[in-house]
Write a protein that binds this ligand. Structure first.
Ligand code: ASP
Length: 349
């Protein structure tokens, strides 16, 4: 009896010591398909943001062997419904938990539709070298071969890996590790949807085994964007170019109250039709800052293509897709509307 008691106490002590040595990962749940449930295992319609953080964590076998998981439900929605004030709330939450010395890393569960935008936003505003990983799923938790549990397991494995330190915000999906700046969703339904068309993945993670391909690019953890005292972000529109744009529609955009910036998803190398000349001139007269991006899907926008930037005082969006160029423009506009300075930001972050 005494021997049994002794061995129970011993295993209890070693369990406590083991738990104390494990890193602590803070999971912030925001909804999405990873928290989605459907009425059948093969249904293509389901309700995103149905399961709680606690339920998601409980569905991943072995997660507690990797790390001590703390969690919080920041919101629980389809990521198509995420608002700019949700972003501020999430960023402030990440800032709060990441600054706890007992927390090694943060994992955010998120819907995939706007995941790439949240990843880039957080990359620009969170000041830490600790890993921040965003993860989602393409199939709801109730589906055959749901991808959420392994994605989350891999996300936590990446979060606690020492080689993940100082790489900024990363996205872990379908065994790939992607830089939050470069990644984009490329397929509406396939689990292999997330890609970085310009750079490729920065690493892979297979059943929790992490393998980086390089040392990672310089990241934005010290970017000069501070949202801690910000109640709202500047209004920035995205204009998608196509053949024969109705310029009256463009003129109406300029009537938008408080519009501070426009990102043009141009054709080809961020090209803008000649007949939009007055739109560009009028927008600049109103102080609206304009960034040229491209609707093409990969590649960078060359500075002053067709003399557009020097003629109309525009900014070349480098290799950011239009939705990400909008984020960098919004954050830049918090402190400046100087075109030269904002152009510099586009070449830096
Ligand atoms: N509509 C879902 C969302 O973004 C899609 C997903 O998570 O895969 O929340």
């Amino acid at each position: 009896m005494r021997r049994l008691l002794f061995s129970i106490v011993l295993s209890l002590i070693s369990f406590i010591a083991y738990a104390a040595n494990k890193p602590t990962v803070y999971l912030l749940a925001t909804g999405g398909t990873i928290a989605g449930t459907a009425s059948s295992q093969t249904s293509t319609t389901y309700k995103a943001g149905s399961l709680t953080a606690e339920q998601i964590i409980a569905s991943v076998p072995g997660l507690d062997n990797l790390a001590n998981i703390k969690y919080e439900q920041v919101y629980n929605k389809d990521s198509g419904n995420v608002t700019l004030s949700d972003w501020l709330k999430l960023a402030n939450e990440v800032n709060k938990v990441i600054n706890d010395p007992n927390v090694s890393a943060v994992v955010v569960t998120h819907g995939t539709d706007t995941l790439e935008e949240t990843a880039y936003f957080l990359d620009l505003v969170i000041k830490t070298k600790k890993p921040i990983i965003i993860v989602g799923a393409m199939r709801p938790a109730t589906a055959i071969s749901a991808d959420g549990p392994l994605n989350l397991y891999n996300a936590v494995a990446v979060a606690i890996n020492p080689k993940s330190i100082g790489r900024g915000v990363m996205v872990v999906m379908n065994d790939g590790i992607y830089d939050g700046r470069d990644v984009t969703k490329t397929n509406t339904t396939n689990v292999d949807t997330f890609q970085s068309p310009n750079t490729g993945p920065i690493g892979h993670v297979v059943m929790g085994k992490v393998n980086y391909h390089d040392n990672g690019r310089a990241n934005a953890y010290d970017a000069p964007f501070n949202i801690s005292n910000i109640k709202s972000l500047p209004s920035v529109a995205v204009v998608y170019e196509n053949v024969g744009v109705d310029t009256e529609m463009l003129d109406n955009i300029l009537k938008t109250k408080n519009l501070k910036g426009i990102v043009i998803a141009g054709v080809g190398d961020g090209n803008i039709p000649d007949y939009e000349k007055d739109f560009l001139i009028n927008a600049r007269k109103k102080g609206i800052v304009i960034v040229r991006s491209s609707r093409v899907g990969s590649g960078e926008v060359s500075y002053d293509y067709n003399n557009l930037d020097t003629t109309y005082d525009l900014i070349a969006g480098d290799d950011l897709n239009p939705q990400k160029a909008r984020i960098l423009l919004m954050l830049s506009l918090l402190t400046t509307n100087d075109v030269k300075q904002i152009q510099k930001n586009f070449y830096t972050y």
